[in-house]
Design a protein around this ligand. Structure first.
Ligand code: FCB
Length: 494
């Protein structure tokens, strides 16, 4: 076992190491100014797009999407096991029963990501693997898997970030108390989080409580499209959201209380990343205001410890029931804010209240193979900028960013995913703009390292920089993997 202080890249929210990069070669278009020299080589050009020293480069996955072994070694069923086994819920009837068989192949997978130069690996822990019944007796074999995975990562110089909840709630809790409809689930989540803190904090220094509150609440409990497949009326849905926030707050405290060493805890939210559709001060101010309001149900509540007046007014009688004590728990200080950013939300200033308007995407706005994804790299600049400015957040992690594609193997057996290379370059350029201005973005995790089970899209939409050939599960790096490796190696956009 190694001490986490030996971890290759330190901590994400350590003593402030503000590395504001100076843009090389900045010039002016004013008449008479010297013509800026063209970068002599591609190397000179990429040096201008460097990231701060110590930047955390990595990738993210989640348990249900890659592990498989859904009913092995004492694991209990999750709501995703139940949901995918219902006919008609998932494209092509796909399930995560086997997924990438990562549960068995994790050592090879660690080698594949090490070969890319990945320094940080965000994975999620399956709650029902550790607590098959949601609470009570832990399953030793489940913990053993994460023990071995963690040791393998550290032995290969990769810093682990562990997500505690990436949507695979123990089915037992859904059956017993209605899942996140009940505060009991928030409390059970804290117990499980405390257990993980106690057992793994000697080697894992970074934890993410919950992945994407708004997605699993709205899609799972509101629209019925994700597990557990419910369509609750608004008052109950808002209570689910509140209980999830409460679960987060309790799960910030519990691992800290049990941890064997100093750990960093944050969350990962897919914020509405508001981009001024035209970049002027007026529209930028509207986008900032919109960021606070459009995230009022989750991130704003966590970072401010209150629901905004506008949120409560619009919810009216459907607002969640909560106590001041709850809001204190929910807003427990966190060490970093993780942002999952896939698409922008374009916003412009308007005179009428609330002073902003979301601009709908044009019919021909560029999209990806994921039906919900619109392309807008500027979100990687404006998202972190607003979060830093509105809430004075001192450490931001891009906890997910990537694009859905429908890759094909070329005759030489490689996937030439030029679309993903273009996407990454554009997104990273916008992110570099943020770090160059001193916005405290500490790292970037690509979603995802491997193609995997993409929820309702099953295996039909691919997000990996490493291709997975189904059903033989052979992994092979795509063109984008070599692109991303080069970015990591140079710590700069190439
Ligand atoms: C995010 C999820 C992640 C993955 C990507 C494409 O919303 O957190 O599990 O499915 O989308």
């Amino acid at each position: 076992m190694r001490d986490k202080d030996d971890a290759p890249a330190g901590t994400i929210a350590g003593p402030s190491r503000r590395a504001v990069m100076k843009l090389a070669g900045a010039s002016t278009l004013a008449a008479g100014a010297a013509t800026p020299a063209l970068a002599a080589t591609a190397d000179d050009a990429s040096a201008a797009l460097a990231f701060p020293r110590g930047f955390f480069w990595g990738g993210a996955t989640s348990a249900y999407q890659i592990e498989g072994a859904w009913n092995e070694d004492g694991k209990g069923p999750s709501i995703w096991d139940r949901f995918t086994h219902m006919p008609g819920k998932i494209r092509n009837g796909d399930t995560g029963d086997t997924a990438l068989d990562h549960y068995r192949r994790f050592k090879d997978d660690v080698q594949s990501i090490k070969a890319l130069g990945i320094k940080t690996y965000r994975f999620s822990i399956s709650w029902p693997r550790l607590f098959p019944d949601g609470a009570g007796e832990p399953n030793a074999k489940g913990l053993d898997f994460y023990d071995r995975l963690t040791d393998e990562l550290l032995a290969n110089g990769i810093t682990p970030f562990a997500t505690l909840y990436h949507w695979d709630l123990p089915q037992a809790l859904q059956d017993r108390v209605g899942g996140w409809e009940s505060r009991d689930t928030a409390e059970a989540f804290a117990d499980y989080a405390g257990f993980v803190g106690e057992k793994l904090s000697d080697r894992i220094g970074h934890f993410i409580t919950i992945n994407e509150f708004s997605t699993f609440v709205d899609l799972g409990y509101g629209r019925g499209a994700h597990a557990p497949g419910l369509k609750l009326p608004l008052p109950r849905l808002n209570q689910v959201r509140h209980n999830a926030l409460l679960g987060h707050g309790l799960a910030v405290a519990a691992p800290r209380a049990q941890a064997k060493s100093d750990i960093r805890i944050g969350l990962a939210e897919n914020i509405a990343a508001c981009v001024p559709v035209v970049e002027t001060a007026e529209h930028a101010a509207a986008a900032e205001h919109a960021t606070r309001e459009l995230n009022a149900g989750c991130l704003t509540a966590i970072l401010e410890g209150r629901y905004t007046n506008a949120f409560l007014a619009s919810a009216g009688a459907d607002a969640p029931k909560f106590t001041p004590e709850d809001m204190k728990t929910i807003s427990a200080p966190i060490d970093f804010v993780g942002l999952n950013i896939y698409s922008p939300k374009y916003v412009r200033a308007v005179d009428a209240a609330p002073g902003y308007e979301v601009v709908a995407f044009a019919n021909s706005h560029p999209r990806t193979a994921s039906s919900w994804q619109y392309i807008g790299p500027e979100a990687l600049y404006w998202g972190p900028r607003h979060v830093h400015k509105i809430w004075n957040v001192g450490a931001i992690l891009i906890s997910e960013n990537g694009c859905g594609t429908s890759d094909m193997l070329a005759v030489d057996g490689t996937v030439y995913d030029t679309d993903r290379v273009m996407f990454l370059r554009a997104n990273l350029s916008a992110l570099q703009r943020a770090t160059a201005e001193g916005i405290p973005v500490r790292g970037y995790l690509v979603w995802s390292l491997f193609d995997n089970f993409e929820w309702t899209d099953g295996y039909a939409v691919r997000f990996g920089v490493i291709h997975v050939d189904y059903p033989n599960l052979i992994r092979a790096p795509k063109l984008s993997a070599s692109y991303y490796s080069e970015v990591i190696r140079r710590n700069a956009v190439v």
